[in-house]
Design a protein around this ligand. Structure first.
Ligand code: COA
Length: 158
C-alpha cells in the first residue's frame, strides 16, 4: 500500500471487493474487453477517505514486461496530478517486482494521454494499425479525431 497524503492511499483491490467499472469504462469503452484482461490482472485503486478516485490495472505480458491495461481518474478529480501519481506508482511497483519494461497503449486520438505518458518517460515503440476499427463495434471519436490505431509506449525500468 502506498500512502500519499494523510487520507490518500493506493492499494491492491482484494478478491471479492466491488470492481470500479465506472472508472475502468472511462479508459476502455468495452466491458467485454475489460473482463478479458481483468481476471488475469492486478487492479490497484487510489482511495481518498472511503472514496475510490482512481485506478490502474497491471497485466504481465512476460517475465520482463508488465502492461498498464487500464488507467483512470474520476472526472471530478482529473487534472489535479492524480494520473501522474498513478503512473509513478505503477512504475515503482513494476520496478520493485523486477520487470525491465512497463508498457501502455493508447489511441491515436488520445492527445492528453500521449502527452502525459511521454512526459512520464514512456516512448512510442509501435503502432497497431486499425486496432480500434477491428476490435470495437462502435466508432470512437476524441478531440474531433477518429480513434483507429493503438499506439504502444514503453518505459524502461532498468
Ligand atoms: N489536455 C492536455 N493536457 C492535460 C489534460 C488535457 N485534457 N489533462 C491533463 N493534462 C496534463 C496535465 O496538465 C499534466 O501535465 P503536467 O504534468 O505537465 O502539468 C498531465 O497531463 C498529468 O495530468 P494529471 O492531472 O496527472 O492527469 P489526470 O489525473 O487527469 O489523469 C488520465 C490522466 C488520462 C488518467 C485521466 O484524464 C482519465 O481518467 N481519463 C479518462 C480515462 C483515460 O483516457 N484513460 C487512459 C486510457 S489510454
Amino acid at each position: 500500500m502506498t500512502t500519499l497524503q494523510e487520507d490518500t492511499v493506493i492499494r491492491k483491490l482484494s478478491p471479492g471487493e466491488r470492481i470500479p467499472y465506472d472508472l475502468l469504462l472511462l479508459a476502455d469503452p468495452s466491458v467485454i474487453a475489460i473482463n478479458s484482461y481483468l481476471s488475469l490482472s492486478e487492479l490497484y485503486v487510489m482511495e481518498q477517505g472511503q472514496q475510490i478516485i482512481g485506478s490502474y490495472v497491471l497485466y504481465t505480458n512476460d517475465p520482463e514486461e508488465v502492461e498498464i491495461k487500464n488507467i483512470a481518474v474520476n472526472p471530478a478529480w482529473q487534472g489535479k496530478g492524480f494520473g501522474k501519481i498513478l503512473l509513478q506508482d505503477a512504475t515503482q511497483r513494476a520496478r520493485a517486482n523486477g520487470f525491465r519494461r512497463l508498457v501502455i497503449g493508447t489511441g491515436n486520438s488520445s492527445i492528453a494521454q500521449l502527452y502525459l505518458y511521454q512526459r512520464q518517460g514512456f516512448e512510442i515503440t509501435a503502432v497497431k494499425k486499425d486496432h480500434f476499427m477491428m476490435h470495437y463495434q462502435e466508432p470512437i471519436y476524441e478531440n474531433g479525431i477518429q480513434c483507429k490505431h493503438l499506439i504502444m509506449l514503453e518505459k524502461r525500468l532498468r
